[in-house]
Every structure is written in C-alpha cells, then in structure tokens.
Design a protein around this ligand. Structure first.
Ligand SMILES: [Fe+2]
Ligand SMILES: [Fe+2]
Length: 184
C-alpha cells in the first residue's frame, strides 16, 4: 500500500472536508519532519494521511483508532505504521517508541490548533506568527477541544522547543496552504 492507495482509502472512509484537511495537514507535517530527520517520507506521509481515517465511521473510543487498525492490518499495512497510529490514541496507554510515533503525536493536535487559529485570520496561515499561536494556546476558551496537554507532552517527547516545533509545523502547512484551505 503506497501513498496514493492510502489517500484513496482515507477518501473512501472520510467524506468530511474538514477532517480530510486535518489529515492533509498532519501529512504535511510528517513529510517535513521525515525530510528533516532523513527518514522514509512516504511512510511518514502514510501515517499522517491515515491516522484518523476511521474517525468519521467510528468516532468513539476505543473504536477510533482500533477499528481502523484492524482494517489496516487486513490490508497488509506493516507494524511500524500501525503502532505509530495506535500511539496517537492516548487512552491506549501505548508507549510511543518510534520517532515516527512521537512526531505523529506531537503534530496531530498542533495541526488542528494551527488550522483553528489560521482560518479566522484575513491572511489565514500566510502571515501567521509563532507568537499568535502561543497566545491562543494560553487562551483556554479558544478551540477548547484541542488538548493543550497532548501538545505539551508531544513536544516534550520529541525533545524540541515549543517555538521551533510550532514554527516548523506552520511552515509545513504553509507550503500546502491551498489544499488546506488556508490561503486567502
Ligand atoms: Fe485521532
Ligand atoms: Fe488527528
């Protein structure tokens, strides 16, 4: 199963435009980090594009992502991809061992948060600064369904500075702003 099969699989299960865009954003962040770390870009992109592919059909814990993981297993997706996806489900208690799993977890909620901040701005993501994202992270009433705890823990596990990580993810998303609907 290559990237294009995985994209098709995600589209087959996910009709919501917002949810598709969320997975595109996580794909963008995963690709950028794979390049930075000299890892397998296609594999990392697949993890990003598929991590919530079952969410529309199975939105509750533990069905998401366990049902999806069964489907991926039946399609022959390897352990490392499935383990990384399992790792973004905090309820599972699974330890995120691989770098790929850690990066997925660190990017998932942050991508959602950056989209929420960017979408209401006149220039969307194009002139979004780290400071605006940090300010909104402190505003508990803003995008309150985005877990700040997950974002903080993800950053800690990756061992990066929050500023560097936020900047890196903004840049990755900006490079694909059109597809993400974040271009004015
Ligand atoms: Fe998820
Ligand atoms: Fe997600």
């Amino acid at each position: 199963m290559n990237y294009s099969d995985s994209l098709n699989l995600m589209h087959e299960y996910t009709k919501s435009d917002a949810l598709r865009k969320h997975m595109y954003a996580v794909e963008d962040a995963m690709r950028a980090y794979a390049r930075k770390f000299g890892q397998d870009e296609e594999k990392w992109a697949i993890v990003g594009i598929l991590h919530d592919f079952d969410y529309e059909m199975y939105p509750t814990i533990p069905d998401h992502p366990l049902k999806g993981l069964e489907i991926l297993k039946s399609k022959g997706y390897p352990d490392d991809i499935r383990n990384a996806i399992l790792g973004h489900a905090t309820f599972s208690g699974v330890h995120r061992e691989s770098q790929m799993a850690k990066v997925l977890y660190a990017c998932d909620e942050l991508c959602g948060f950056i989209s929420a901040v960017a979408v209401i701005r006149p220039n969307k993501i194009m002139d979004l600064e780290i400071s605006s994202v940090k300010k909104k992270l402190k505003d508990k009433a803003f995008a309150k369904n985005v877990s700040r705890e997950d974002i903080d823990l993800g950053i800690k596990e990756m061992g990066v500075s929050p500023e560097d990580h936020i900047k890196f993810v903004i840049d990755a998303m900006k490079s694909d702003a059109e597809r993400l609907g974040l271009k004015p």
